[in-house]
Design a protein around this ligand. Structure first.
Ligand SMILES: Cc1cc2nc3c(=O)[nH]c(=O)nc-3n(C[C@H](O)[C@H](O)[C@H](O)COP(=O)(O)OP(=O)(O)OC[C@H]3O[C@@H](n4cnc5c(N)ncnc54)[C@H](O)[C@@H]3O)c2cc1C
Length: 483
């Protein structure tokens, strides 16, 4: 296993082609806007060395036989599926943002098992290739990020019917030594913190669009990959220096997204994991999405713990912690948050073994968990906002707090109950501001809505696995209906 420091060193050796605010960024490791996101992934490495969390953060690999970071583990039991969610909640609690590494965990489990089934059905050698590569991932504790979501252009048109063929990732040339790829993946979480990428289709692919049925791995800084960094609300507060750290709310940790473009990217055959097998594109993305929907029951519950904690703290600072409606709201928030967690745990407990020997989560429960995640955090935010009061969005800056005149007024006027300084209150409110209105994977809301697929995607799966016919039969039997 790598320590966080060793992982950081691997990033210093990488050479990303990255643009941000109209400039090319050469140093992705120390850039103040990127750094909090790197700190979050780095913690995923360091936590594996903390004896307190060893059971959750590490596992023994059936591939290497050695101890590995659980973020690279191929789930081998329902217990592993449950531990995955517990680890994710823990990481959400420790960072209060998207720590980015779980996408890899879910995508690699999907690709490992689907390529096995592909090889069995078609005599291909994708699984053999992936297993060899993945043994290296585990042995070297590589951070692999996943790319699924294509730009999609006109959503009513299929991949190969778009006016611009690059709106979906596709093969433009097959050569003796590999393939040439064009296209893009959007909303790429943690890409410039990663060492390698795993790319797969964003949706099912029809037989006439075989160039779009494509999966592969590639170094994240390969020639032909261009990144454009995603803007998050209040992101430039991170560039204002230590005096403005309070204004960042969660100054140490954060998430990152980017647009990732494939401009004639070359991928050698040994790294190609799907090449035109259209019938397997849907199953691959469905398996990934389902694992990932279970994961949201862990990470978002962990971040939810921090939101609830901040709401409770500000209530205390404001002297209303014992008021009945505040206590009731905290109970309600806790209830909603625990339901998310329950779903993730249950989807794991009801998991089942796949032909590859790894374990899959319960499809219905995982989708219900994620559908809840598209709703409950919004309720939790609403109640946190009510508890916090309007000062949540009207506070002056921390530079004013440090000013000899303005600061004195702020210290007097923003104090709370006796013992609650204005600065502590402001820190807590800024943290809550960052959670409630922070965007991308630094915040709590919109990622809950769209990450791992928008609500309609879950409803389609719930329709598929909900088995309404069986429910009708139950009633017919009980009510004595014969037809
Ligand atoms: C913070 C964050 C982090 C993310 N990280 C990653 C990542 O690391 N890697 C990655 O690959 N993806 C990532 N995603 C992408 C995520 O999976 C997508 O946002 C999600 O799948 C929705 O796709 P979209 O954003 O393109 O929305 P759209 O496809 O534009 O959907 C918008 C709305 O239109 C509806 N819609 C779209 N198409 C149709 C249609 N044909 N018929 C009917 N309705 C339709 C949808 O249901 C939705 O309501 C991330 C997203 C967020 C917000």
């Amino acid at each position: 296993m790598k320590t966080g420091a060793q992982y950081e060193e691997t990033l210093r050796e990488m050479n990303f082609k990255l643009y941000m605010f109209g400039e090319e960024i050469k140093n992705t490791v120390d850039h103040p806007i990127i750094r909090p996101s790197l700190n979050a992934t780095k913690l995923c490495y360091d936590m594996a060395f903390d004896p307190e969390y060893e059971d959750l953060m590490t596992a023994v690999s059936p591939l290497t036989g050695g101890k590995i970071n659980r973020f690279t583990h191929l789930v081998a039991s329902t217990e592993d599926l449950i531990k995955k969610v517990k680890m994710q909640r823990l990481m959400g609690q420790k960072t209060s943002c998207c720590y980015q590494r779980c996408g890899m965990l879910d995508a690699c489990n999907a690709v490992y098992s689907i390529t096995y089934e592909m090889d069995q059905a078609m005599g291909t050698e994708y699984h053999k290739r992936f297993k060899k590569f993945y043994t290296r991932v585990q042995a070297e504790d590589i951070y692999l990020q996943l790319g699924v979501t294509d730009p999609k252009g006109d959503r009513s048109l299929a991949q190969n019917k778009q006016a611009d063929p690059d709106l979906y990732t596709h093969i433009v040339e097959r050569r003796a030594d590999g393939i040439i790829v064009r296209g893009a993946k959007c909303h790429m979480t943690g890409a410039t913190n990663s060492n390698w990428l795993l790319v797969m289709p964003t949706s099912a692919v029809k037989p006439d669009a075989r160039d779009y049925a494509i999966a592969f791995v590639t170094p994240s800084d390969a020639e032909g990959i261009v990144y454009v960094y995603g803007r998050q609300s209040c992101d430039t507060r991170k560039t204002e220096g230590p005096d403005s750290a309070i204004d960042c709310g969660n100054p140490t940790y954060g998430g990152q997204e980017s647009l990732m473009v494939f401009d004639n990217l070359f991928v050698p055959w040994e790294y190609v994991l799907m090449d035109g097998e259209t019938e397997w594109a849907g199953p691959m993305v469905e398996r990934f999405a389902t694992y990932h929907r279970q994961s949201y029951g862990g990470c978002k519950a962990g971040v939810g713990d921090c939101v609830i904690g901040a709401a409770a703290l500000i209530a205390e600072y404001n002297g209303v912690a014992n008021k009945s409606h505040i206590k009731d709201k905290l109970v309600e928030m806790t209830h909603l948050n625990e339901v998310l967690y329950q779903g993730g745990i249950a989807a794991g407990a009801e998991g089942y073994e796949l032909p590859a020997g790894t374990y899959m989560v319960d499809m219905l429960l995982a989708n219900c968990t994620k559908l809840n995640v598209t709703r409950f955090p919004y309720e939790i935010c609403r109640m946190a906002e009510e508890i916090a009061g309007g000062v949540l969005v009207t506070l002056p800056s921390s530079k004013d707090l440090a000013h000899p005149v303005a600061g004195e007024w702020m210290k007097e006027m923003f104090q709370g109950v006796s013992g609650a300084s204005a600065e502590d209150r402001i820190r807590c409110l800024r943290f809550l501001e960052c959670m409630l209105y922070g965007t991308g994977s630094t915040g709590y809301r919109c990622e809950s809505m769209h990450g791992a697929g928008s609500p309609q995607a879950q409803k389609i799966q719930i329709t598929r696995y909900g088995n309404i016919d069986k429910k009708k039969d139950l009633v017919k039997r009980l009510a004595g209906i014969e037809n």
